[in-house]
Design a protein around this ligand. Structure first.
Ligand code: FUL
Length: 480
């Protein structure tokens, strides 16, 4: 009798033991997936654009190319001040307009006379790109460059020779100033001095970047690495795919509204970057000193870009002194205060999560993986299961109004729709029903008191992979 009981226990534990240790095969990729350089770019989320160039001194938005280099003459240029302001704002890098449509270069290029080398600033010996590269390095910021292929000054513009000029200029910028995280190609294509438009050698431009800065992401209307979001207001649509039919979209692509949502099931991973200026103009105009965006507007932009699977590229129009204006830096500091205060306490951190299903019934893919703050681990289901729910036990009544969700995008974007419920008055009540998630989705709803939150994946293109879930009570921007 005791022998048979012992045998039974042995058999049961054998079965249990083998089940527990049975290898559960992780999911494979679905659709287009990000390259390592794009994955690194997603992590940045929020960084600065700086529009500072000839237009700053002529009070223009689009220069004509006929301006005198001598006009460029900042009185107190201090790139370290830019870097300090951006660092304090929690931004991860700075992208500078090293050449805008008027063709003026902020560095002493050997391929044009229209540059700082012929300006009065520092007797023609200055180099803004060098100063910014040094400042970024010192303050631990990444650096990127904006170059406009459209050039209203260069005598060769409108001829094949110009493509060589542009590639050489690009090479100068990409080989002399250290690592760049992003190269921003403006899609504008107007007429040059001789009234001709240029046929751009995009393939050649991309090749120069890949050769000299293989880790840099290339931005243009349609990628190849990052796409324009289709507006200059700083928002992506609530439904926002990181994928795009990359072979169909090109700089100057007319159906720009498609870029605000991307293409579901698109052939390439080309996520959206949301560019917007902190003031009405991209360049500094003294009469816009009192038109810096309010905290409420900046918060809205943040939620509708970073919180909708996009990165936020917020422009600072550096002024004629060569400094970020006091009003702009005050607005950035306020936004930082708001974000720090709002996202200080993640109420879901380390909390137990019960799931409707998990892959291979294996805890390796269980619910707790979404609250463990390890972005490499995730909850997922078996391959044929494309729905499921996660129930987070907050272990105490808490006031909440925001849920942050992240997909494990390294294996592709999958979720098409999801809902959020809170347990209140003895029943589950829906507080939000949304569509895509992607790298990061932030969902705000009216403040509610609850001790349990349920996320339900309603539709997914393949088994859903959720690697992070956070719950907050964000502050009202007006209460700061
Ligand atoms: C546009 C340009 O025409 C604007 O001047 C600005 O640089 C903006 C970011 O991109 O295409």
């Amino acid at each position: 009798m005791t022998k048979s009981i012992a045998l039974l226990i042995f058999c049961i534990s054998l079965v249990f033991f083998s089940c527990e240790n049975k290898e559960t095969v992780p999911p494979t990729t679905f659709g287009a997936t990000p390259a390592p350089r794009q994955l690194a770019w997603h992590e940045l989320e929020y960084y600065a654009f700086v529009h500072f160039n000839m237009n700053t001194f002529t009070n223009e938005e689009w220069g004509h190319g006929t301006e005198k280099p001598a006009n460029f003459n900042p009185t107190q240029l201090d790139c370290e001040q830019w870097a300090r302001v951006c660092k304090q704002a929690g931004m991860k890098g700075i992208i500078l307009t090293v050449k805008h449509h008027d063709g003026f270069c902020l560095f002493p290029s050997q391929y044009t006379e229209h540059s700082v080398k012929n300006s009065t600033w520092k007797g023609g010996k200055g180099d803004v790109v060098r100063e910014l590269a040094d400042a970024c390095q010192k303050h631990g910021l990444k650096m990127g460059v904006y170059l406009s292929p459209w050039d209203r000054n260069h005598p060769t513009y409108g001829t094949p020779a110009y493509n060589e000029v542009f590639k050489n200029t690009l090479k100068e910028v990409l080989t002399n100033y250290g690592e760049m995280f992003e190269v921003w190609f403006d899609g504008a294509n107007g007429e040059g001095t001789n009234g001709k438009k240029q046929e751009y050698d995009w393939k050649g431009f991309v090749e120069v970047v890949r050769t000299h800065q293989p880790n840099a992401c290339i931005f243009s209307d349609g990628g190849p690495d990052i796409r324009w979001v289709g507006n200059e207001k700083g928002y992506a649509n609530p439904t926002n795919w990181g994928t795009l039919n990359g072979d169909k979209v090109y700089p100057g692509y007319p159906k720009i509204q498609e870029l605000t949502s991307g293409h579901e099931g698109g052939t390439h991973w080309i996520p959206a970057e949301c560019d917007v200026s902190i003031r009405p103009g991209w360049y500094y105009h003294a009469d816009q000193d009192d038109k810096v965006k309010t905290l409420g507007k900046l918060v809205e932009i943040y939620f509708q870009s970073v919180g909708r699977n996009g990165n936020l590229l917020l422009n600072l129009p550096v002024d004629r002194r060569g400094l970020v204006h006091e009003n702009d830096s005050a607005a950035l500091v306020n936004l930082r205060k708001y974000l720090d205060k709002s996202f200080e306490t993640n109420l879901a951190k380390g909390k137990p999560v019960t799931v409707s299903t998990m892959r291979g019934n294996n805890e390796k893919f269980g619910g707790n993986k979404v609250t463990d703050e390890d972005k490499k681990s995730y909850w997922t289901t078996d391959d044929l299961i494309t729905t499921g729910s996660l129930e987070i036990d907050l272990q105490a009544d808490s006031e909440i109004n925001t849920v942050v969700l992240q997909e494990f995008i390294a294996l592709g974007q999958r979720v098409q729709s999801f809902s959020i419920h809170v347990f209140k008055d003895n029943q589950w009540q829906e507080v939000a029903k949304e569509t895509t998630i992607g790298n990061k989705r932030m969902v705000k709803f009216p403040t509610v008191t609850t001790s349990k939150v349920k996320i339900t994946i309603l539709e997914s293109k393949a088994c859903p992979l959720i690697n992070n879930l956070e719950i907050y009570k964000v502050v009202d921007s007006f209460s700061l």
